[in-house]
Every structure is written in C-alpha cells, then in structure tokens.
Ligand binder design. Structure first.
Ligand code: NDP
Length: 285
C-alpha cells in the first residue's frame, strides 16, 4: 500500500520557520500583513478566508479583510483595489476569484501591485514565474505541491514528471516550478492522446484535472509518486470531497500518494503566509 504524504506535517514545519521569520521582522519594527479582498460572501471563500486568518495568527502575522458587496461597480472596486495595494502596512494581497460576472476581472487583477501579488493574480507575476524570477510569486497551490515534494525528499532532477492539467492556476505554473528543479516535464490536457499510457510513464504524476477520481489504476505504475491536487465533490459520499485520484484503486499500486483531504490543500494557507512574509522581506530589504 502507498505511503500517504500528509500535508499537516509539511504545514507544521513551515509554520515553525515562519514564526522565526516574523519574530525577526518584528524585531525591526515590521509586522507582515496579508490583505484579503473579498467581493460578496461565497461559502468557499469564507471557508478559505477562515483558514488563512487562523494561519496568519498562528505565525504572528497581521491580516485585514477588505470586504465589498456583491453588486459593487467596476469603478468602485478598481479604486478599492488600488487603495489596498497602496497601503504601506499591507505586504501581500489575496483576492478571491472569480469575481461576480458584471466585473472586468482581468482589469481588476492587473491593479494588484506585482510585489504584493502573493497568489499570482497578475500577468506580471505569471511572467516572473515563467522567467524563473524569484521575486514573482507562483499561485499558492503549485508552491504547496513543490513544498510537499521537497519535505518528503522526492527526487526530481532528471525524473519524468507528468502534470495532468494546463490551467494558469495549477498545471502551467507547477510545470515551470518542476522545470526549475530539473525535472523532465510533460503537460497533459483534455486533448492528450493515450492519456493513461502517458501518465504511466511518469516517476511523479501531478493530477490537477478537476474530475473526481478520474486517475485510476490505468494511469499509474508501481513505484510512482502521485500528487493529487484535486478538490471535488465526492460522487459516492454526498457532502464530502475527494481528489482527482481514485485512491482506492491507486493506493495498492503506487509508492506514495498525497491524500484528499489532508494533502496539498492543507499546505496552501501556510504557503500564503510564507509568500506574504517573503514579500514583506523584499519590500523592506
Ligand atoms: P481547470 O478546470 O482550470 O483545469 C483543468 C485542466 O484539466 C485543464 O487543463 C483541462 O484540459 C484538464 N482536463 C479536464 N478534463 C480532462 C480530461 N478528461 N482529461 C485530461 N485532461 C483534462 O482546473 P484547475 O487547474 O483550477 O484545478 C484543478 C483541480 O485542482 C480541481 O479539482 C480544483 O478544485 C483543484 N484545486 C485545488 C487547489 C488546492 O489548494 N488543493 C487550488 C486550486 C485548484 P483543457 O485545458 O484541455 O480543458
């Protein structure tokens, strides 16, 4: 049976390091602060926000929520984002997306200052990630995948890694981060031919397709490491969620697997804090 690579241990070790970094900044009179921009009150956003606030507090950081009504106009939100972005005491910004449909989200994202864009909402940050410029922050989830792989000492140099999914929020940036570690990366998507066979070739398989339990025994091989990024409603257990990997069929075959829940998802708020602290350090260096 596969060893389960749990996220809790990764997040906990990361938080210990962050506490020290925050203390060092506080000794210089600086408290790192995350600004959270939320339009409306979607349950998923509120759930993530609750986790982010809790993690900020646990490492000694500040946070402030900037909440706007669901029917806010384009001009008002643009002004608000510029204002939050200009606050000297806010070092990192998390903005929940997607925004309501009447808003021009592309325009609003572009108003977040790149140096405070700790979840890669802007093209400026994405460009830096693709250019290997370490002053640009990747989205938190791809960073969490990399932190999981590093924590559990999974070798990447020269290894075949298949990324299943090509979104700008997970698939593409995680592929770039894997390339940085000298992996040989294949990115797959809905038009990839012989998908299970391509996935079976991988030493490390990163599943980010958004399809509940799609990755089954056909997609994996013995000895493989599988990182399951998916968060989906579980079709077999109403009210619960599951990954993109069918863990029941995959666990008896592969060497290591991140569980859902309790895997990558449980590292993302620690990463959000880590990237905000890094942004704070850069802004004060
Ligand atoms: P998207 O829907 O934006 O992208 C899904 C990708 O998977 C696309 O590239 C799509 O291909 C590909 N795909 C879809 N169906 C198939 C298929 N049948 N065969 C092959 N490829 C397919 O999803 P996201 O990247 O935003 O999210 C992926 C998963 O990760 C979701 O389950 C999401 O909930 C989860 N997630 C988890 C986070 C966390 O913190 N753990 C954070 C963000 C997301 P194509 O481009 O051709 O359409």
């Amino acid at each position: 049976m596969a060893e389960l690579l749990k996220g809790k241990a990764v997040a906990s070790a990361m938080k210990d390091e962050l506490v020290e970094k925050v203390e060092a900044l506080k000794a210089k009179g600086i408290t790192p602060k995350l600004g959270i921009i939320r339009v409306g009150a979607k349950p998923d956003d509120l759930f993530y926000e609750g986790g982010a606030k809790k993690t900020c507090s646990s490492v000694g950081m500040d946070y402030e929520v900037f909440e706007y009504p669901q029917d806010i106009g384009q001009e008002d939100l643009e002004k608000a984002v510029v204002e939050v972005g200009g606050k000297k005491d806010v070092h990192g910004i998390l903005m929940f997306a997607p925004l309501p449909k009447h808003l021009d989200e592309k325009k609003i994202r572009s108003l977040i200052p790149v140096e405070k864009d700790v979840d890669c909402m802007t093209l400026g940050s994405a460009g830096k990630v693709f250019a290997d410029d370490q002053t640009g922050f990747p989205p938190c989830t791809p960073t969490a995948c990399m932190d999981m792989l590093k924590f559990y000492d999974i070798p990447l140099k020269g290894k075949k890694v298949v990324v299943l999914g090509r979104s700008l929020i997970v698939g593409k940036p995680v592929a770039m981060l894997l390339l940085r570690e000298h992996a040989t990366v294949t990115i797959c998507h809905s038009r990839t031919e012989n998908l299970p066979a391509v996935c079976r070739e991988a030493d490390v398989l990163v599943a980010a397709v958004g399809r509940a339990k799609m990755v089954n025994a056909d997609y994996v091989k013995e000895g493989q490491i599988v990182i399951d990024v998916g968060i989906n409603e579980d079709p077999d257990r109403p009210g619960k969620y599951c990954g993109d990997v069918d863990s029941e069929s995959v666990e008896p075959i592969v060497a290591k697997l991140t569980p859902v829940p309790g895997g990558v998802g449980s590292v993302t708020t620690a990463v959000l804090c880590k990237q905000t602290i890094m942004a704070c350090e850069l802004q004060n260096s």
